[in-house]
Design a protein around this ligand. Structure first.
Ligand code: PLP
Length: 408
């Protein structure tokens, strides 16, 4: 039996696609990029995503091409991508940021027309559907993360179209896994439990401040330090996961560890509880969507059969976002998953091809407050007490109303 096949079978049943189990979504993405893109290929992607993903693309020996994005959700705006850019890319990588779906129908059609692969980063989007079809079933491959909705701090999947491709990717995965270590398995099992304990004991604020003071967080700012000269040196070795490991492993050092039965057993339990968690997320998203801070991306048509999607985070748009994030810590709310500045401003043209129009990405990245739907009530109370002001998207993008009605 291939490694992790019980977990993979569970995901296969959810999605209706063949799945490869991986210890993380980042490893799943690396496998997909290595399989479908030759070294030197150019990958169209949103600049508003986790820096780890940028380093995965670089590790695969590829050139990240930054796309114009929608200012309502930070995902690629296909209508704003120029014909010249479309003709010059070899693959498209979505991000489904915070669980809000990319315009996958349009992207898939474009990719088919150009004969290039669509790869879905579905790490934030377990449970998001587009026209009744799950995100993760539109592309050649899709990466999922159990560190997000299932809060497992380990585990992921690569979903693919057929069994033959799955088998090839299982072999590639096995070559990249590092041997199992009991110590890593124990810490991987205990970390999510420690995190829930901190939450339920209302210790978020003191623990967060202590970690910050002790320098135990891997990022001083929203982005990790780039270390440009060292990063430039690595290009000689690309494609190579090992060369880029100091960047790719940030926040998840076991991203390529062959976890044992202890970790995988815990992941199976979390997968079994996933639907209950998704239902709680829908309730939180519904509460957050009704606030004045909600991004228009949260406005679900009243006719949507399942109501709001079970997002990983609900994008709120607020004035003076950075100061607000600091103040929210006093209310026990630590807002993570902020991807600011956009990747082209963060890494520069040496490492990424800049977007021809970075305005929307800059605006979205600097105003978005990703709200955890499981903490919706605390967040709404805290924002009300802080008198947080909504950021007016219409002023930044007068054409938004036209785009809002465009199909996804
Ligand atoms: C958008 C996005 N994609 C992929 C990943 C990688 O997920 P994992 O931590 O399971 O490797 C992350 C991690 O936070 C992410 O934010």
């Amino acid at each position: 039996m291939p490694y992790g096949s019980r977990l993979a079978a569970t995901m296969n049943r959810r999605l209706g696609r063949e799945c490869v189990y991986t210890p993380s979504a980042r490893l799943a993405l690396y496998l997909a990029l290595r399989h479908w893109c030759r070294p030197g290929a150019r990958v169209l992607m949103s600049p508003v995503t986790d820096d780890v993903i940028l380093f995965v693309v670089l590790a695969a020996g590829l050139r990240p091409v930054q796309a114009p994005v929608s200012p309502a959700d930070g995902n690629i705006d296909p209508a704003a991508v120029s014909e010249a850019t479309w003709r010059g890319v070899d693959a498209v990588l979505t991000s489904n940021l915070y669980g809000i779906p990319d315009r996958v129908v349009e992207l898939r059609a474009r990719c088919d027309e150009l004969g290039i692969p669509l790869i879905e980063d579905a790490a934030h989007a377990i449970g998001t559907d587009v026209a009744g079809r799950p995100i993760g079933t539109f592309g050649k491959a899709a990466a999922f993360s159990l560190s997000k909705h299932a809060a497992a701090m380990a585990g992921g999947f690569l979903a693919v179209e057929d069994a033959a491709t799955r088998q090839e990717l299982e072999l590639l995965r096995d070559e990249l896994l590092t041997p199992r270590r009991l110590h890593t398995d124990l810490t991987t099992t205990l970390r999510p439990l420690a995190r829930s304990a901190v939450r339920s004991l209302h210790l978020v604020r003191p623990v967060w401040r202590t970690l910050q003071r002790l320098g135990l967080l891997e990022r001083d700012a929203f982005r990790m330090a780039l270390h440009a000269p060292r990063l430039a040196d690595c290009a000689r070795e690309a494609p190579s996961l090992t060369a880029y490991e100091p960047w790719v492993r940030v926040d998840l050092h076991g991203f390529r560890s062959r976890h044992g039965a202890l970790v995988r057993g815990q992941l199976e339990l979390r997968m079994a509880r996933l639907d209950a968690g998704l239902a709680r997320r829908r309730i939180g998203v519904s509460l957050l969507s009704a606030t004045t801070w909600a991004s228009p991306a949260l406005h679900v048509p009243a006719s949507a059969p399942d109501g709001p999607p079970p997002l990983f985070r609900a994008p709120l748009l607020v004035h003076d976002r950075d100061a607000l994030i600091e103040r929210l810590v006093h209310h026990g709310v630590v807002a993570g998953y902020v991807y600011d500045p956009p990747l082209d401003d963060y890494a520069g043209p040496e490492f990424v091809e800049p977007s021809p129009d970075p305005t929307a990405a800059r605006w979205f990245a600097s105003h978005v407050l990703p709200a955890d739907p499981l903490q919706a009530r605390e967040i709404i109370n805290a924002l009300t007490r802080e008198r947080a002001r909504p950021a007016a998207l219409e002023q930044q993008d007068p054409q938004l109303n036209d785009r809002r009605s465009a199909p996804r």
